[in-house]
Design a protein around this ligand. Sequence first.
Ligand SMILES: [Zn+2]
Length: 349
Amino acid sequence: MRFIMVLLALLSGVAWAAPSSVAILQYHHIGDDTPRVTSVTAEELEAHFAWLKDNNFTVLSLAEIQQRFDSGEPVPEYTAAITIDDGWRNVYREGLEVFKKYEYPFTIFVNPKLMREASSQYMSWEQLLELQKYGAHIANHSNSHWHMTWRYENECEQAWRERVLADVLDAQEEIDKHLGEQPRHLAYPYGEYDVALETMLAEHGFIAFGQHSGPWTPYSPKTAIPRFPASAQYANLETLATKLKSLGLPLVAAEPKEMLVSSDNLTPSFRVEVVSTDDFNPNQMNCFAGSDVLQPRWDGNIFHVQLRKELPIGRSRVNCTVPSVSEEGRFYWYSHPFIRADQRGRWPD
Ligand SMILES: [Zn+2]
């Protein structure tokens, strides 16, 4: 399909194809006695893995995908990646048989400090070492699993920088010490980041993953790579299938770059510039903000979305989708994250 599309595009003089798009699935707990909102059961996990197999998906490690994107190599048309945050002990207990059966590569993002302080809740280094035999890669979820963008009261930027950087580098050092040097991949706790944090991580060679949804493409910012939550209500394979097959918009830039909205702007807007609109009809794009469905305003290759309903305190995301013209049944998917703080500049986990 992709080949024919490229051929047609070349023949018609329009050399544009959908970018390589990888759906990264994001899990936390595996079990039926953990908070449902962040859990899949072992049966659901197995059903997801079976679905990937039955639908001829290629599952690649994050490092392999990154390397291909960096070298301009495409990934197979249907590619997914698997990530599991926090390193809960139930991931080993409930997931081991599934990991063994499928031997898909997957990444577990761990918090070494929490592993030390609450060892009964988290996987041990020995368990992580064992999972490496069945496809696990172990990466950084910060040492402490805090809200990384929060500054302490009276903390200056330099002090915040030093504190957060030490937290990340200490975690990396411990991971590398126990498991051998691992790629510098970080999943932001709660999917929260700001430009100062992104800049610092990039300077130290990290790529970083959020919790806003959408596929990873070569156009994704390297310190704001989206992932699809796959737990709880998102575990449903009918809706998950649409996400797994989704295409990434070929982004040039998205504004605002900060997730945090100013306290006097409760209905923020955002704008996104794309390389091309050749493979979709801009008028068919819909953006979903809570229960509100918004039509973006297009201006050439740039679309603007103005929220109408006040953002609640905490994290929100606006998901925009539009059908692909060339690939029937597939949608382009873009998600814009926002955070609204309370009067103290804080928000719930
Ligand atoms: Zn986490």
